[in-house]
Design a protein around this ligand. Structure first.
Ligand code: 4HQ
Length: 252
């Protein structure tokens, strides 16, 4: 898998290739990243990439020219017709389902804007997808681009070690449709609080049931929307429904 990033701050992306799961996957050759700086595609002495907005208003806008030249260079270098993704709060909301779809592809060219945004004519000419990482305003598209790649790369076959993969299979919220249950490790008692007895029981079925019940209760409390979706997708068993029914009993 190959990603290309169009960015004024290529050094930021070292974070992804140097550390943790994504770093190891990079070392293993499961993915690679090439950065293209729009500043390298300017011709004036100041290497200008932004200018004042037509119509007035605060801030600056990224010029279409240097952005398009950088994208064209990435496209020529790749030699394919990879999607060109603009990270933007007005884009399609990103989620685990989309991460899985991108993981099945062969990568993308990610355009990371700065300042107030990018010239609309560049978007019209070059961008195939607009993706948002959430309803908040960031100072640039680099962090959302890295978040998107992190979520995609860890899904590539071989990216996770055995322990991580097993966890993904049995407990991943995206697979169960529920929030994850709480985790505990040593010591058995910390500041006068013990680990839940179920986790110390050594009975696999009892532990699995406890974790499932915790997931159900947590999801009902914090993300009832996810619980409803899990129900619609047929991901809740009779036992699950009985437990949830019992929960609403105790509330009355
Ligand atoms: N941006 N999800 C880049 C975001 C954002 C988001 C604001 C994108 C600034 C220049 N991108 N512009 N949220 O806040 O993707």
């Amino acid at each position: 898998m190959r990603y290309d990033a169009i960015t004024l701050f290529p050094d930021m992306f070292d974070a992804l290739s140097a550390h943790g799961v994504t770093g190891r996957a990079h070392q293993m050759g499961l993915w690679r990243l090439k950065c293209w700086n729009p500043r390298d595609f300017t011709h004036d002495v100041h290497r200008t990439v932004d200018d004042r907005p037509y119509g007035g208003g605060p801030g600056m806008v990224m010029m279409a020219g240097p952005l398009e030249k950088a994208v064209r260079a990435a496209q020529q270098d790749r030699g394919d017709d990879a999607p060109v993704v603009l990270l933007s709060p007005t884009g399609q909301g990103f989620n685990q389902g989309l991460a899985q779809e991108w993981a099945a592809g062969s990568g993308a060219i990610l355009v990371c804007g700065r300042y107030e945004g990018v010239d609309q004519r560049f978007i019209k000419r070059c961008v195939t997808h607009e993706v948002s990482l959430g309803d908040f305003v960031l100072s640039g598209g680099e962090l959302p681009a890295m978040v998107m790649m992190d979520s995609v790369v860890r899904l590539l076959p071989g990216a996770l070690n055995d322990a991580e993969s097993a966890r993904q299979d049995s407990f991943n919220a995206a697979l169960t449709g529920l929030l994850d249950s709480p985790h505990y490790t040593r010591p058995e008692i910390y500041e006068n609080e013990a680990v839940p007895a179920e986790l110390l029981s050594g009975h696999h079925a009892r532990i699995a049931r406890w974790r499932r019940d915790q997931s159900l209760a947590l999801t009902l409390g914090r993300r009832p929307d996810l619980l409803e979706r899990a129900r619609e997708q047929g991901l809740l068993s009779k036992h699950d429904e009985a437990f949830l029914a019992g929960l609403s009993q105790t509330e009355r």
